[in-house]
Design a protein around this ligand. Structure first.
Ligand code: ATP
Length: 340
């Protein structure tokens, strides 16, 4: 969590921009932010298309929160530009706020308020009135599974319940883009699974989600692509699959058989695309000369059709953590950011 630098007086709002139907959900161009000599964000550029879920990954102090706060109109860049659904975050913050739901990594304590009072307060602040306000709050409480906790004081919520409340608050105005800063931090495994489930539903509804986390394996399951940031610079932007695969053009498969394990090497020697690599206790490792899922599936189909008693067929991939470390190593060696 960083203390916000006092905001400079925002520039006067220029006349409303024409709606930009096909603009990306998030567009960041050469964004930099310095705090008295500390270069928190340096020349960051990336684009997130509508309906995508993007994981924002980096070590402590890498620049994630600073970037997200600028996107959420809570801070200004030193240079560069950022747009949410085509609206400039500096010159058109009101339009941007209508499009985004922001969940900070720490939310303020409202110990004297109940869950319902908290959501009602923010719904009023958003301009909801009468029946519409009641319905909106009920919908959000149902989605975040807080209906049964409506009268509970916020002070008495668990960390997971508090995070769900914070997500509920961000969803009140049904925003198109969600910016979630470390929503899973400090949650126990059950609460993390619940949160992941909610984010998956939001993604299915077509929302764009930018989510930061340190837990790479979790992001890999949820996100269409991952954005790695290191010392304020983007060092990689790619899909979880391409990261797991690395630069390899082949696929290594671990195969287990119910019996007759010696048949595997013989079968592989007669099969196109396949090379036998090594025997294991219950089968072996084969290499397929492609990473195309269709080719991999066809190899498995052939194995089964040709009578091999396959009980496990497992693609061996790099862990995302290993991919991240490797990319960091490559950056250190070459000094060149990799963006794919
Ligand atoms: P974490 O995972 O620990 O939250 P982060 O990736 O979100 O880290 P930021 O909070 O964006 O990183 O911080 C990036 C750098 O900018 C850090 O060196 C931090 O100390 C510095 N920084 C951030 N906000 C301020 C501020 N208001 N004043 C001075 N320095 C700041």
């Amino acid at each position: 969590m960083n203390e916000s630098a006092p905001l400079a007086e925002p520039p006067a709002e220029s006349p409303a921009e024409a709606p930009v139907a096909l603009s990306p959900a998030i567009e960041v161009r050469n964004l930099s932010r310095s705090f008295s000599g500390v270069h928190a964000v340096r020349d960051v550029s990336f684009t997130v298309e509508r309906g995508q879920v993007i994981g924002f990954v980096g070590a402590n102090g890498a620049g994630k929160t600073t970037t997200m706060r600028i996107l959420a109109t809570l801070d200004h860049p030193t240079s560069g530009e950022a747009f949410i659904c085509g609206h400039n975050v500096v010159t058109h913050p009101a339009e941007v706020r209508r499009c985004i739901g922001w969940m900070p990594d720490q939310y303020g304590t409202y110990s004297h308020m109940t869950v319902l009072e908290y959501l009602d307060f923010f719904a009023r602040a958003l301009g909801y009135k009468g029946e519409e306000r009641i319905e909106r709050i009920a919908e959000v409480m149902e989605f975040t599974d807080l209906t049964g906790l409506a009268d509970r004081l916020i002070d008495a919520l668990s960390k997971g319940m508090g995070q769900r409340l914070c997500l509920g608050r961000a969803l009140l105005h049904d925003p198109e883009v969600l910016i979630l800063d470390e929503p899973a931090a400090g949650l126990d495994p059950k609460a993390r699974v619940e949160l992941k489930h909610l984010i998956r539903i939001l993604a299915q509804e077509g929302k764009t989600v930018l989510i930061s986390s340190h837990i790479l394996s979790e992001l890999g399951e949820m996100c269409d692509s991952l954005l790695f940031i290191n010392q304020g610079r983007i060092i990689h932007h790619g899909s979880a699959e391409s990261l797991r695969r690395g630069s390899s053009a082949t696929s290594l498969i671990e195969v287990r058989l119910a019996g007759g394990i010696e048949k595997l090497s013989e079968w592989a020697s007669l099969s196109p695309h396949v090379t036998f690599r090594e025997a294991t206790k219950s089968g072996g490792r084969i290499e397929i000369d492609s990473f195309d899922p269709e080719v991999i599936a066809s190899v498995l189909r052939r194995m089964v059709n040709e009578g091999l008693p396959v009980i496990d067929f497992h693609l061996q991939e790099r862990k995302l953590e290993d991919a991240f470390i490797q990319i960091l190593g490559e950056i250190e060696a070459s000094g060149t950011p990799i963006v794919s």
